[in-house]
Design a protein around this ligand. Structure first.
Ligand SMILES: Cc1ncc(C[n+]2csc(CCOP(=O)(O)OP(=O)(O)O)c2C)c(N)n1
Ligand SMILES: [Mg+2]
Length: 319
């Protein structure tokens, strides 16, 4: 079922927010204003938004090193995310975590991790907690194609399967783990086939089609809420930039990059909304301007915020 007009427009706005946010981060990184590294989400927006559009505030997500988009889609505050990335005191971790450590329990963002595959057991524990507490919440766990070769993936999914935990395992297959192409490290093409090994459903969807992702998530959530357990959703997508920092990604064939740029999830969704009569050029322009404004405000807030004091370095480090 197609979501309501309001929902569709909200999804479009979120996708734009993520894209413009990431473009700004890239720019600020180039100006040496970002301590540490960054892994940009541009190109994969349909995944985070398609999944999170199905989640309520009280549902959870577990994010990754490429997590800005997940957090924005789940409702994180743009200003505090930007401030954290710039290492400022007003950021989510008071500037001590940076790009890979955004968490906001108030909107169900349980955190990100720079350890590939490490979010999977956390999501399984979250699923167990939901089951023991007897609520109707769900948890969506994002991870990449590379992470699906980690032991945590196999152990985690197996446990979630036998205990029928309400977890959505969302594999963002962007074809590469750093510079390593999926076909070099896996003899199967569809990662979703691995679901069969654990007796759960697995689907592969076009991860650049936000409505396809939305539908797959909806079905998985209904299943989870019926007590039938987890689903593995593989979303085939592509990152527009290199792996991290200023990686020029020269290991990717030019034709491949062009092919995927043509499949840009935002352009496609915009076109679809115009076609469906949900959006007019005028309305689109208005949303785009509002988003630019919000991103500008987030950057201004972050730039004007102070750095943490050196004396605060060891505060809040351990719970
Ligand atoms: C356990 C572990 N091994 C290796 C790394 C180094 N590393 C960081 S990101 C990355 C690639 C991850 O690829 P994928 O899971 O496909 O996610 P993507 O970066 O494509 O979003 C690797 C190998 C790490 N951070 N943690
Ligand atoms: Mg990958």
């Amino acid at each position: 079922m197609i979501p309501s007009k309001e929902k569709l427009l909200e999804m479009y706005r979120k996708m734009l927010e993520i894209r413009q946010f990431e473009e700004k981060v890239y720019e600020l990184y180039g100006q040496n204003l970002v301590p540490g590294t960054i892994h940009l989400y541009a190109g994969q927006e349909a995944v985070a938004v398609g999944i999170c559009a199905n989640l309520r505030r009280g549902d959870y997500i577990v994010s990754t090193h490429r997590g800005h988009g997940h957090c924005i889609a789940k409702g994180a505050d743009l200003k505090r995310v930007m401030a954290e990335i710039l290492g400022k005191k007003t950021g989510y971790c008071k500037g001590k975590g940076g790009s890979m450590h955004i968490a906001d329990f108030s909107v169900g963002i349980l955190g990100a991790t720079g350890v590939v595959g490490a979010g999977i057991p956390i999501a399984v524990g979250t699923g167990l907690s939901i089951k023991l507490r007897g609520t109707d919440q769900v948890v969506a766990c994002f991870f990449g194609d590379g992470a699906s070769n980690q032991g945590t993936f196999h152990e985690g999914i197996n446990m979630a399967a036998i205990w029928k935990l309400p977890v959505l395992f969302v594999c963002e297959n962007n074809l590469y783990a750093m510079g390593t192409r999926q076909s070099r490290v896996m003899l199967i093409e569809k990662i979703s086939e691995r679901a069969a090994a654990y007796g759960i459903p697995g689907v592969t969807v076009d991860g650049n089609d936000v409505l396809a992702v939305y539908e797959a998530a909806k079905e998985a959530i209904e299943r989870a809420k019926r007590g039938e357990g987890p689903t593995l959703i593989e979303c085939r997508t592509y990152r527009h930039k290199g792996h991290s920092r200023m990686d020029p990604a020269t290991y990717r064939p030019k034709e491949e990059v062009e092919y995927w740029l043509k499949k840009d999830p935002i352009k496609r969704f915009r076109g679809r909304l115009l076609e469906m009569g949900i959006l007019t050029e005028e309305e689109a322009k208005k949303i785009e301007d509002e988003v630019s404004q919000a991103i500008e405000e987030a950057v201004k807030f972050a730039l004007e915020s102070p750095y943490p004091e050196p004396e605060e370095a060891l505060k809040d480090v351990y719970a």
